[in-house]
Design a protein around this ligand. Structure first.
Ligand code: B12
Ligand code: SF4
Length: 451
């Protein structure tokens, strides 16, 4: 068979006023085009486990969600998307099926809404794809009719035995950043979290050697790659994290990752991260006010407990030359319309290099979604295309949706002025320069003492 892998990799915001503000991805204003060209790591893993006898092609949907013509020469098309583009994926499947092509879908949205997805696709795969996908391919090859497949019937994917994703299927010029996973899941349980914690509970680290093996393969294809770790929370295990960094150093790459604030407590880890090429960490601080953090992490109240360390942690991390992208969610239950000024004041005083603001988003399958549903606070229950992190689809508790929307515009207008961005960057670089100077003078005085 010829099998097509179709990635829906768009950046989506429905609110036209926000788009006019140039806010396709707050905090990533200049990063948005770069980020939008990330490949689908999920599909590259599926390609890697597909039986060798098949011909494979990896393609991206166009910006408007339409599919490349080459897919029409395939026998089976596997689509991967998140919630925001699910309706675009359904439309693609309809067109392909009308030409007799078998379609399959998996990923975060299809995994929590399998029956909805089954109305539009032949095969729907719930959960992680690596163990189940070869069986789906085999079934399609033998003409089996479509169904919903549950990956847990094939056991939990052992991340210590993952193959190298088929990076070789990517056309070189389109991707300036490539994703690699070092771990899956996160030990915390934020009630709004819609990332891989929805596919499998539990935090699983990959063997460091395998991560190095994958990056070495990327380097074979692309000489100076920038790597994005597609993890939920990379440095939960500090000892393993240090080993990862030690082995990354000789590869001389630059990388970005998502992690939690606890890295600030481990200077040795920060030193190794910097030496290994870490350029930025994205950290979900969520709120500059403590009351809003109470209980949002449902397991150990981790975020509320870390709150008092926020400012110092940003400075500590940035001192090592690792920039912090501080992320805030607007519209948490304790937030009133003072939150916009509170975020602004926090950012102006703590000065993270980058800042990302998004609105609270009830993604399907999350505890937040269920809670808001019970409280009759979902305003657009099935408008999955509003699941963008920027389009409001619920009733905030202590302000109106309109206040939240205008507060977002106003805060974005203040945070992303050239002046404000420059202030944060200057603070980062001047701190680095003074760190370098003080290290140099320490070295010199050590030399004097040694002489
Ligand atoms: C990289 C990334 C992107 C890339 C995606 C590139 C791509 N084509 O995949 C870009 C920058 C384009 C992107 C865009 C968006 N993203 Co994004 N992104 C991520 C990120 C950082 C990593 C995802 C990843 O690579 N995971 C690793 C792979 C291996 O896992 P996977 O894709 O789930 O695949 C596995 C299974 O799901 C399954 N599977 C997946 N697809 C298929 C298909 C078949 C046929 C089968 C059998 C199995 C299968 O098998 C795979 C292997 O086990 C996550 C955050 C995170 N830390 O996870 C956010 C995240 C996924 N993004 C999110 C959001 C909100 C968005 C945007 C809406 C942002 C915006 N405003 O535009 C858009 C939505 C685009 C869309 N298609 O709907 C949310 C999604 C929530 C949700 N449930 O919808 C997340 C969780 C971040 C968050 N803060 O909540 N994103
Ligand atoms: S810390 Fe981040 S990745 Fe972990 S559960 Fe919370 S939101 Fe999800």
């Amino acid at each position: 068979m010829k099998i097509g892998f179709l990635a829906m990799s768009g950046i989506r915001v429905r609110d036209t006023a926000l788009l006019e503000l140039g806010l396709t991805l707050p905090g990533f204003v200049e990063r948005s085009q770069v980020v939008a060209s990330l490949p689908s790591l999920g599909l590259l893993y599926l390609a890697a486990v597909t039986p060798e006898s098949h011909e494979l092609v990896y393609l991206e949907a166009d910006q408007d969600g339409s599919e490349p013509q080459e897919l029409y020469s395939c026998d089976l098309v596997a689509v991967s998307t998140f919630s925001a583009q699910i309706y675009e994926a359904y439309a693609v499947s309809k067109r392909l099926r009308s030409k007799g092509i078998v379609t399959a879908i998996g990923g975060l949205h299809a995994s929590v809404r399998p029956h909805e997805a089954k109305e539009h696709f032949d095969h729907v795969i719930v959960g992680e794809g690596e163990y189940i996908w070869p069986h789906v391919v085999e079934a399609v090859n033998h003409g089996a009719s479509g169904k919903i497949w549950y990956s847990n019937q094939f056991g939990v994917v052992d991340v210590a035995k993952l193959p190298i994703p088929r990076y070789d299927l990517l056309s070189d010029d389109r991707y300036n950043r490539i994703t690699v996973q070092t771990s899956r899941g996160c030990p915390w349980r934020c009630d709004f979290c819609a990332s891989s914690v929805m596919l499998h509970r539990g935090y699983r680290k990959r063997p460091v050697e395998d991560v190095i093996r994958d990056i070495t393969e990327i380097k074979r294809i692309k000489s100076r790659p920038f790597i994005e770790f597609a993890d939920d929370n990379t440095f939960v295990d500090k000892r393993w994290g240090k080993e990862l960094c030690r082995q990354l150093i000789p590869l001389k790459i630059k990388w970005f990752t998502e992690t939690d604030i606890s890295i600030a407590e481990d200077p040795a880890l920060l030193q190794l991260m910097a030496a290994a090429g870490c350029r930025q960490v994205l950290i979900g601080l969520e709120s500059p006010t403590n009351d809003a953090l109470e209980g949002i992490e449902q397991k150990a109240n981790f975020k509320a407990k870390q709150f008092h360390k926020y400012r110092e942690a940003i400075q500590t991390i940035q001192q090592y030359g690792i920039s912090v992208n501080a992320c805030f969610i607007l519209g948490l239950d304790e937030h009133t319309n003072r939150i916009f000024d509170e975020v602004y004041e926090f950012v102006e005083s703590a000065l993270p290099y980058d800042v990302q603001i998004t609105v609270l988003t009830p993604f399907p399958g999350t505890p937040l979604y269920e809670r808001l549903k019970q409280e009759s606070r979902l305003t657009h229950p099935y408008a999955w295309d509003r699941c963008t992190l920027f389009d409001i689809n619920y009733k905030p508790k202590r302000m109106s949706a309109a206040e939240l929307q205008y507060g977002l515009y106003r805060l974005a207008g203040n945070l992303y002025t050239a002046e404000s961005v420059q202030k944060r960057r200057n603070a980062f670089f001047s701190r680095l320069r003074s760190e370098a100077k003080s290290q140099l003078s320490t070295l010199k005085s050590q030399e004097v003492l040694a002489a």
